[in-house]
Design a protein around this ligand. Structure first.
Ligand SMILES: O=c1ccn([C@@H]2O[C@H](COP(=O)(O)O)[C@@H](O)[C@H]2O)c(=O)[nH]1
Length: 307
């Protein structure tokens, strides 16, 4: 089954929420962080282990509530080699629990280098005398389009071979996105990106009618969400910007097809660190239960868009 069809099934089973695993060190539950620092001292290993333990608790607690996760690479890279180990064990834990895993790496380069990224995250690495499956084993990767078509092709080709997915940055959620993405010739840059992705992903349209090559569109730009959905019916949207970035939930209805498919919505800080709203809970004990409550809240709000 192709990636877009797996996403569609997942939306039908759980709802469109994607659990964003962005382990901001300063917000990690204190009871976990302090224990690790006590055992391992002020080390990268202690920080990385605190990340792993936090993620594991979240993944265990939310497995019947959310079907997809998005892992933000930056927070793991920041912790060096121990951070990479935390990333690997988070991926393995999530895979064992059946989550669809999206790696938010925003990668790309000239095609020969892009191919290395694509093989490393999506397919396999060949060498004289053999071949070895991708070390990271994720289901999808975010990439940037600013090197043009030849930079995108290696990702699309490798994803095609392995039934994986790609989300290309199109209309990002940040405030200054228009300074680049709204530059216009005959078309605004973000519309041109959507056209390019649509054409390149045409052959990867599954039974759901969506292509496994999708785009990232911020919830903070509701008019653009609507425009993109209307004009690009086969593109799957990965939508960040709800929660901490105050993206609009109501206008998300415009991002979905009438049957509720076609878009998945990432929320990171507002779910995983929901416990911080309780000012009496400095230690963070029970953070995973708060995250679960918040995730259920979001899934219900998203269902309501179609009632
Ligand atoms: O346009 C974009 C592209 C990616 N992101 C990423 O999504 C999450 C959002 O985190 P929140 O805590 O829910 O704000 C984060 O990993 C971003 O790097 C985005 O926000 N906007």
């Amino acid at each position: 089954m192709n990636f877009a069809d797996r996403i569609s099934l997942c939306i039908q089973k759980f709802g469109p929420l994607v659990l964003g695993l962005d382990p901001h060190i300063e917000y990690l539950p204190r009871f976990i962080l302090e224990q690790e620092l006590k055992e391992k001292g002020k080390t990268w290993e202690a920080l990385a282990q605190a990340v792993t333990l936090t993620n594991n608790k979240l993944l265990d607690e939310l497995q019947d509530t959310v079907g997809m996760i998005k892992i933000q690479m930056a927070f793991y890279e920041m912790l060096g080699i121990p951070g990479m180990s935390a990333l690997k064990s988070t991926i393995e834990h999530a895979r064992n629990l059946g989550y669809i895993i999206i790696l938010d790496g925003k990668r790309n380069d000239i095609s020969s280098t892009a191919l290395a990224y694509a093989r490393g995250y999506l397919s396999s690495v060949s060498f004289p005398g053999g071949q070895i499956e991708s070390f990271w084993k994720v289901d999808a990767l975010t990439i940037n389009p600013y090197l043009g078509e030849d930079g995108l092709r290696p990702f699309i080709d490798e994803a095609g071979k392995t039934d994986k997915g790609i989300f290309v940055l199109c209309r990002t959620s940040n405030r200054s996105a228009p300074t680049v993405q709204d530059v216009s010739g005959p078309e605004k840059v973000y519309v041109k990106v959507a056209q390019m992705v649509e054409a390149l992903g045409e052959k990867m349209i599954g039974e759901s009618g969506f292509s496994s090559i999708g785009i990232v569109v911020g919830a903070t730009y509701p008019d653009d969400l609507k425009l993109l959905r209307t004009n690009f019916p086969s593109l799957l949207f990965l939508i960040p910007g709800v929660g901490a970035q105050k993206g609009y939930i109501k206008s998300l209805a415009n991002a979905f097809r009438d049957d509720g498919l076609g878009a998945i919505v990432n929320v990171s800080r507002d779910v995983i660190f929901a416990y911080r709203e309780d000012l009496n809970n400095e230690s963070g004990v029970g953070f995973e239960k708060k995250a679960r409550e918040r995730a259920i809240y979001y899934q219900e709000r998203f269902w309501e868009l179609f009632r």
